[in-house]
Design a binder for this molecule. Structure first.
Ligand SMILES: *Cc1c(COP(=O)(O)O)cnc(C)c1O
Length: 406
């Protein structure tokens, strides 16, 4: 028995479930009583499976053979010479279904199968998490039901069709705001109605404990690979790792590879929206206050009465009023910093990466690129790893102004 207490950062590095389900003052479990035993069982089972060689071998096989890992770390010399930096792109856009979300979806689908549930439920906003969940559920042989707001479904028709072709039942939610928030309510209701037979597959490092920890452990593969690949390509660690932050899963996954390397800066980029004072945005860590949303305490965008504020981003995956509790802790500890870039800056970065490197990034990932370019401006010659969370093909209609993005 050791009597020294681990520091908050040491606890994060260890990788086990956070004590009491808390990241400092954040996280926790603000969920109905009926779910307590289900969430306890999920934590217990997951901790057991993550330590089980047979399960981990099966997970690694799926990551290699189904997802396509390891994803490359691509040097970006054209961006580097324009920015005056050494730039590497961690290519999650090359994952099956086009983004990092499948790392989490396949991991949780395997856990669901081990739990012996009869079906998977999930919600989706723009459809990316729904597509990843549909693909992962089909892969492990479990039926899945995806709840999607009716307005979102009209805006994201191709993703709706993709989910159905992947065998998912998609339920369009006509209630409430008919977007992500209403879809979350309905998915939650379906879960509470049959918690033992249903697995709720959450798409980011948010929600009640153990999800923020569980999803982080599944996305940490991004950072593990990126660290090894940067050392192999550059002979040393990067000066900074940069990623976009919606719920925060691709960022926490990248950051965890470097969290013990105190010389490596961690920079999260939130969506600044239109960027003018008084306009809505999704810069939760930069502008939010502490409160409870979707089962956890974290930073969130709310008014003085606790009403959730309207958010906006041109990137559908960043348009969320909350953020993962671990990011709020990393911010408070000063281990990571968070900035925001505007819609226009993200579009510029998308054009630059597409035309200069031959890689079309997602609008979300373009926020990380714009943030990296800004960082390079004040750190000449610096070595940068950018988390390229997804590919931009899904965003063509938004970029061309064919669908409203708010
Ligand atoms: C969903 C999504 C995001 C935002 O989610 P995080 O949990 O913050 O990673 C970022 N990039 C892409 C491509 C996405 O699809």
């Amino acid at each position: 028995m050791t009597t020294t207490t681990a520091s908050p950062i040491e606890l994060l590095i260890e990788g086990g479930p956070p004590p009491n389900g808390r990241f400092g003052p954040y996280g926790g479990r603000f969920a109905p009583e009926t779910l307590t035993s289900i969430l306890d069982r999920l934590e217990e089972k997951t901790e057991h499976l993550f330590a089980d060689a047979e399960f981990m071998t099966a997970l690694e096989a799926e990551l290699a053979d189904f997802v396509g890992r390891p994803t490359p770390l691509t040097p970006a010399p054209a961006l580097g010479s324009r920015w005056g930096a050494e730039v590497y792109l961690k290519r999650e856009d090359l994952c099956h279904t086009g983004a990092h979300k499948i790392n989490n979806a396949i991991g949780q689908a395997l856990i669901a199968r081990e739990l012996g549930v009869e079906r998977i439920v999930a919600e989706t906003g723009a459809g990316q998490h729904g597509v990843a969940t549909a693909a992962a559920s089909a892969r492990v042989g479990l039926p899945c039901t995806i709840f999607m707001g009716a307005i979102d479904a009209r805006r994201q028709r191709p993703n709706l069709e993709r989910m159905r072709l992947l065998g998912a039942e998609v339920i369009l939610v006509e209630a409430g705001d008919q977007t992500l928030r209403a879809a979350i309510d309905e998915a939650f209701r379906a879960w509470v109605a049959d918690p033992a037979g249903t697995y709720y597959l959450l798409g980011s490092v948010v929600g009640p404990h153990p999800y923020p920890w569980l999803v982080r452990q599944l996305q940490a593969v991004i950072g593990r690979e990126a660290r090894r690949q940067t050392i192999s390509a550059a002979g040393d660690l990067p000066d900074v790792a940069v990623a976009c932050v919606g719920g925060g899963s691709n960022a926490i996954g990248l950051f965890h590879g470097f969290i013990a390397d105190s010389d490596v800066e961690l920079l999260g980029i939130e969506a600044g929206g239109g960027g003018r004072p008084g306009e809505s945005h999704s810069a939760t860590l930069g502008a939010g206050t502490t409160g409870v949303l979707h089962g956890a305490m974290s930073a969130l965008l709310q008014d003085e009465h606790g009403q959730i504020l309207e958010t906006h981003s041109i990137a559908p995956g960043l348009d969320y009023p909350g953020v993962g509790p671990e990011h709020a802790l990393l911010r408070d500890l000063g281990r990571a910093t968070y900035e925001s870039v505007t819609d226009d800056e993200a579009i510029d970065a998308l054009n630059e990466c597409g035309s200069q490197e031959g890689i079309l990034p997602a609008l979300e990932s373009s926020h990380a690129l714009a943030g990296a370019r800004r960082w390079a401006g004040s750190h000449p010659g610096g070595r940068i790893v950018v988390g390229l969370s997804g590919r931009g093909d899904k965003d063509l209609q938004i970029i061309n102004g064919e669908v409203p993005h708010d």
